[in-house]
Design a protein around this ligand. Structure first.
Ligand SMILES: [Zn+2]
Length: 248
């Protein structure tokens, strides 16, 4: 009986906590201020997407043929507050964060389309993550960002589909904690095509990711998409570790 009462009490407290989440937004993961993602932190992602200078490493690794990468853009360097927000979004308790960051990606896509460097009709492909890693984190945050970006574009009258058609093979380790060479070797050609999430044949696609570090994931994703005959129009990430290309 006592355990029943405790269980019932736990359910009530859990319900109260859920209700409080609705009433009192959680703190901003960027600065700790009133949340869930404050205007000040959001403004750090509001500039025009900048071209990223890709590390040389990725041009030489990950396959026998040298790959010409499409344009790679980022909304921010990988610093706070976006860094803190991305990390918070990968934790189970802040599963609300990717949707907010996805809106910023949607704005960036609209900007690229207005600059006429990206076609109006394109499909958004979330960068591949290991299924087990995504499950343990309670869902893939990059896919959640892509869906939020598509909703933002749709609200502005721009159609964009989400095509979750890439996953990393089961043998690939989670990339957290690996250095550049290890990431490249880990991913290599282990990115797998998943036809259930595929865009229409011949579609122009834009690869989305949260952070670009070594470029290993980006390279592997572009290679896998081109193998399937898709046109990769570019890559857009929230934050980049490598510096900007200065000319654009
Ligand atoms: Zn903030």
């Amino acid at each position: 009986m006592a355990s029943d009462r405790l269980t019932a009490r736990g359910l009530v407290l859990g319900g109260v906590a859920a209700a409080m989440d609705l009433v009192l937004p959680r703190p901003c993961p960027g600065c700790g201020g009133p949340g869930p993602w404050c205007c000040s932190c959001d403004s750090t992602l509001a500039g025009r997407p900048r071209r990223v200078r890709m590390p040389e490493l990725v041009a030489c690794r990950g396959g026998s043929a040298r790959l010409t990468l499409p344009p790679v853009w980022a909304l921010s360097r990988y610093t706070d507050p976006v860094r803190s927000a991305i990390l918070a979004g990968k934790e189970r308790e802040r599963r609300d964060v990717p949707a907010h960051l996805g809106v910023a990606l949607g704005r960036g896509i609209a900007r690229l389309q207005a600059m006429q460097v990206l076609p109006e009709a394109c499909w958004l492909v979330p960068a591949p993550s290991r299924r087990a890693a995504a499950r343990s984190r309670g869902g893939d945050p990059v896919t959640a960002m892509a869906r939020a970006a598509a909703r933002h574009l749709a609200a502005g009258g721009r159609a964009a589909g989400v095509a979750p058609c890439l996953v990393t093979a089961g043998s690939a380790r989670d990339s957290v904690g690996l250095d550049a060479a290890q990431r490249a070797a880990n991913l290599g050609d282990r990115v797998r095509w998943r036809s259930s999430g595929a865009p229409p044949e011949g579609a122009v696609v834009l690869v989305l990711d949260d952070v670009l570090t070594t470029g290993a994931t980006t390279t592997a994703a572009c290679r896998a998409l081109r193998r399937e005959g898709l046109v990769v129009g570019g890559v857009l990430v929230l934050a980049a570790v490598p510096p900007w290309v200065t000319t654009r």
